[in-house]
Structure formats: C-alpha cells, structure tokens
Design a binder for this molecule. Structure first.
Ligand code: GUN
Ligand code: ZN
Length: 431
C-alpha cells in the first residue's frame, strides 16, 4: 500500500491535448492522485492492483477536471437578475451601488466565502475574477481561495472616471494599489494576479498607460478588461477617445493587447480588430448568459475559431445569470444556433476546461488529468433529475448512451444538481 495515494473509480473524461478532439474517456476508469497532484489515469482494474489502496467509488458517475470560469465579477453575486436595461444603465443602477458596499473589509470577507461556496457548488475550481476598486475586496477573495488552495486569478478594478466618486481611483493610486497587490498575491500559493482596468469608458488614457507599465514590470501577470460588448458602449468609447479609429486601438495604444490579456465579450469587433487579436494571441471570454440577459448581441464564435482566436467560456456573474458552466454551455449553444453554428459538446467542455487552461498558459497545472496537474476535479451525476433519467433510459434502450450524448445532455439540461462533489488540490471541499 502506497502512502498519500488516493484512487477514485468512475468514468474518467478529460482532454489530453490542445484540441477538442483529443478527449479521453475511460468508462470504468480510475484517477490516481498523490497529495495535491494527479499521478495517472487508466482502466480501473490494473490501477487497483498496482496501487492497492482503498477505492473511493464513484462508479456510476463521471470524474472530470473542474471547470475554469475565465471572466466573473466577485462583487456581483447578489445582483444577479436585476431587472432591465442595457449595459451602461445596468452598471449605474445596480453594479456600482453594490460594489461600493465592498469598501467594508468585513462585508468583503463575508461575500468572498459565499462567492467561493457558489463556485464549488457548481463545480468551478478555477476562475479569473474582477474584484472592486477597493484593495481589501481583492485581499478577501485571495484569502478565501488560499484557505482551500484554490487556483485563483483576481485583480483590483482600476477605474478613474465615469463612475461614482467613491468608486474611483486615480492613475497613480490605481497603479500603486495594483503594484502592492501583485507583490502580495502573485504566485503566493496558487494565486495569480490579473491587472484589471474595468474598460475604456471608466479608465483614462493615463490609467490605461499605467496598466501597460505594470504589465511590463510584471510580465507574467495577466490583464483583463471588457471589449466591444454593446453598441452604446462602443459609441461612448469612440467619443471619449476621438484619436482612435476602433475600440481595440484604445487598448493597443496603451500596450495592453498581449497574449496574457483576456477580453470579455468581443461581440461587435470589426475584421481588422479580430485580426489584431489573433496576431497578438489575446484571449476572448465569451459570456453567453450575460450577453442574452443584457441584450448585448451574439458572439461570432465560428469566425473566431476559423481565425484561430482562442475563445474561452465564462459566466460574467452578475450580468451573467448563473454560476453553472453547464448553463453557460447551454446558452452558448443557443447563441451559436442563432449564428448558424451548432456548438458540439466536446468543443463546449474543452472551452471551459483544457482549452481555458491552454489559453491562460496554465495547462501544466489545471484543466486536465495529465500527470503533475493539480487534483482539481468534479464528480458528475449525468442523470441527477427525473427528466435526465428519462433521457438516459431512452438512450440506453436505443444503444446511444455514449459519452457525447452524456455530455450534451449535461450541457443542455445540467445545473448544480449534477455536481455531486468538487475536489480542489486533492481535497473534497463542497461541504
Ligand atoms: N463592462 C464594464 N464593466 C462591466 C461589468 O461589470 N459587467 C459587464 N457585463 N460588462 C461590463
Ligand atoms: Zn464582465
């Protein structure tokens, strides 16, 4: 019997390479972990003999890598489902008032616990999060993630105009606070820092320049911002930056279009902007529940795929309406149907597991069951509800209960009820 080894039996599913066709499915498989990390996967029987340890039996379930949510707003969990209007009104009416409550360190701590609870309940084991303009909210989130050794990428929002006074920093203060947070949290445990200018409406030229400078000083941090989400937003940006011919040019001029930049939305880009994103190898976070909720538009995923742009899937809580990546995939499917592109289950799951890990250059750590990755995984019941059971029975009868059908059912009908357990760094943490 080997020390510190755990062996989980179940249907093992993951992507072993940089494309959605590289999936690996072992019906009666085993996941072997040692401490925080993956050792190997394979058919159950030989691995049981090889390791000779007690088995954690999830035989009727799928075991897969936890989800990666690449664009989410920590302070917005209590404003999900706030009625009415489009992006800019929604920000003023609901988002900014709630974000101002995070000036309280106590409130930030309380909400950070809730936020992580909901991620785990939905099987999300890594995320890239916006916090608020207040550094204590960023501290609160990193502290809560550190308590469970979670892979957390987060950053303080930088915002020096077009927002209420209490939510504004200045180019200098935003830069100093971000620098301090980078020094405190970047590579502290599993945490990483993402420099976070909210978007070009709320950051001046001077502030955007500080983002470029910070990234130059700390080149392995990330940058996240919003781009081309709504028509009204685009017009506002072009009025605020008359010297720029396109929205992307605003960010380009500041030197922040990089291969570590995640742009949220990118619904209404011109061909030229798309080409530029491709040539810089930047990442697009597609947030379908948010885009439908705010009526922002239909992200052209197929065109991005054809150009070789990396698209990842994300919730964008709280304009996004669910923490569930199943629901996110469901809405992504429907958005793409309206674009005449039928998103298949493998591509959808890839874009919130291995594909997101590759885009974020974290494939050695998360998103798959490759040996040496952290043991961040979920146990999924593909038939947790009566209707899902009916669908399964029907497919079993016709001999079509295969992995593709299981995944597609999950992405269309699934939610948190399908997540039986969530493990982070080898430890169950959903209770
Ligand atoms: N653009 C700038 N800030 C936000 C935000 O908080 N949510 C969304 N959906 N878009 C934004
Ligand atoms: Zn967002």
């Amino acid at each position: 019997m080997q020390e510190n080894i755990q062996l989980f039996r179940g249907g093992i599913f993951y992507f072993s390479n940089n494309d959605p066709h590289s999936f690996r499915f072992i019906q009666d498989g085993a996941l072997v972990i040692k401490g925080h990390k993956i050792v190997e996967t394979g058919p159950f029987s030989p691995l049981k003999i090889k390791y000779d340890v007690p088995v954690v039996d999830y035989k009727d379930y799928l075991i897969m890598p936890g989800f990666i949510d690449s664009h989410i707003h920590f302070p917005q969990l209590s404003i999900i489902g706030s009625y009415g209007k489009h992006l800019l009104d929604w920000l003023s009416n609901y988002t900014f008032p709630e974000e101002s409550a995070f000036s309280s360190a106590e409130y930030s701590k309380q909400m950070a616990k809730q936020f992580i609870h909901h991620l785990l309940k939905n099987g999300t084991t890594s995320c890239m999060a916006y916090t608020t303009v207040y550094p204590n909210s960023t501290d609160a989130l990193f502290e809560a993630a550190s308590a469970i050794s979670m892979n957390m990428i987060a950053g303080k929002v930088m915002m020096d105009r077009e927002a209420p006074d209490i939510l504004r920093d200045t180019p200098l203060i935003g830069e100093e606070q971000s620098r301090h947070l980078i020094e405190k949290w970047h590579h502290n445990g599993r945490n990483r820092y993402v420099i976070t200018p909210r978007f070009a409406v709320t950051s001046s030229r001077e502030q955007l320049r500080t983002v470029g400078k910070l990234h130059h000083d700390f080149p392995d941090t990330y940058i996240q911002t919003h781009l081309s989400e709504s028509q009204q937003e685009i017009s506002t940006v072009l009025e605020l930056f008359p010297e720029c011919k396109s929205y992307l040019e605003v960010y380009d001029k500041a030197g922040i279009v990089t291969d570590r930049t995640v742009f949220g939305h990118c619904i209404h880009l011109s061909d030229k902007e798309r080409q530029r994103i491709k040539s810089c190898d930047s990442i697009i976070a597609h947030c379908p529940t948010s885009n439908l909720f705010l009526g922002s538009g239909l992200y052209p995923m197929e065109s991005s795929n054809e150009l070789g742009i990396q698209t990842v899937l994300a919730t964008d809580i709280g304009a996004g309406t669910s923490f569930s990546m199943f629901k996110t995939m469901d809405e992504a499917y429907k958005v793409q149907q309206l674009n005449n592109y039928s998103l298949n289950a493998f591509e959808a799951f890839y874009k919130c597991t291995k594909g997101a890990a590759v885009a974020l250059k974290l494939e050695d750590e998360i998103g798959s069951f490759d040996s040496g990755c952290y043991a961040d995984f979920i146990v999924v019941d593909p038939a947790a509800t009566e209707l899902q059971q009916l669908r399964k029975d029907d497919l079993l009868k016709s001999g079509k209960w295969n992995i593709e059908n299981q995944l597609f059912g999950l992405m269309i009908q699934g939610d948190e009820r399908n997540i039986l357990h969530t493990y982070i760094s080898g430890k169950r943490c959903d209770n």
